[in-house]
Design a protein around this ligand. Structure first.
Ligand SMILES: C[S@@+](CC[C@H](N)C(=O)[O-])C[C@H]1O[C@@H](n2cnc3c(N)ncnc32)[C@H](O)[C@@H]1O
Length: 258
């Protein structure tokens, strides 16, 4: 991940206070045994433990290289955290071991998200809850003034994702996925969060930062000239006084039946 720990925190946690409010309404509270599925570098995991210091947390990610970054995130919660390298569809964890599981921005990568939800249900205790938050591409981008070069690269990113078995429209299917995985009482919520002019660059960065641009180019989904066009348009866009980016996140939460 690029940037200082503070910059990463800001980029990953756009809209986080509202998301946290929704998660609390869905049953997240202090003192629980938490599971963070597809934790990435653990920014959210560390933030959860900062806000819920009486909880313990297991963070799971299939990529080893992301996890060490978690130790750079300051906070007392790190002492209550265990890191596990595993795939979310096959967790080396015993049944009924967690009260609340969160899968944030990971279902979009999974060819079979129902399997992951089922596996999460297995390790939850009866009455435990699984919250899945993810993008819904039909909603997830509103940029003012228009920035067609970004739209174009986002479409390429969607295609790249799809070709690897993922789905950036998964947010619209979360209720069905949880139901199919056997969850009872599924609740859903859509969060919208909007940049201010001074945070617009951060929002753009989260959507199409240097790492994603490099990935698109290296994987053959964008040409250098297209990246250059985007960067030039972006520089102009950042000068516009009313610049704003709105983003949406779908959250669904289901209960493991007793
Ligand atoms: C966009 S990041 C989200 C990180 C974090 N949840 C957050 O909200 O900032 C997605 C993460 O999911 C992980 N991932 C993707 N497929 C996975 C799988 N099958 N099992 C475990 N982790 C997976 C990736 O390695 C990556 O770290």
């Amino acid at each position: 991940m690029s940037g200082t720990p503070d910059e990463r925190l800001a980029r990953v946690l756009l809209g986080w206070p509202e998301e946290m409010r929704v998660l609390r309404r869905f049953g997240l509270h202090d003192g629980q045994r938490l599971l963070d599925l597809g934790s990435g570098p653990g920014v959210v995991a560390a933030e959860l433990l900062r806000l819920l210091p009486g909880s313990t947390l297991v963070a799971v990610d299939s990529r080893a290289e992301g996890l060490p970054h978690v130790w750079e995130v300051p906070g007392p919660g790190v002492a209550h955290m265990a890191l596990l390298r595993a795939t979310v569809t096959r967790l080396p964890l015993r049944a009924d071991a967690f009260d609340f599981a969160l899968a944030r921005l990971v279902f979009q990568y999974l060819p079979r998200p129902v399997e992951a939800a089922r596996e999460a249900m297995r390790v939850l205790c009866p009455g435990g809850r699984l919250a899945v938050s993810d993008v819904d591409r039909t909603l997830s981008l509103a940029v003012n003034p228009e920035l067609p070069e970004l739209e174009m690269l986002m479409s390429r990113y969607d295609a790249w994702h799809r070709d690897r078995g993922g789905d950036r429209g998964v947010g619209a299917r979360l209720r069905d996925i949880l139901r199919e995985a056997g969850a009872g009482r599924v609740e859903t919520e859509t969060i919208r969060f909007e940049s201010r002019p001074e945070t617009a660059e951060l929002y753009l960065e989260a959507l199409m930062g240097p790492r994603r641009l490099r990935g698109l180019r290296e994987a053959g989904y964008a040409m250098q000239a297209e990246v250059d066009d985007f960067l030039a348009a972006r520089a102009q866009w950042l000068l516009s006084p009313g610049r704003a980016v709105s983003r949406y996140l779908r959250i669904a939460c289901g209960t493991k039946e007793r």
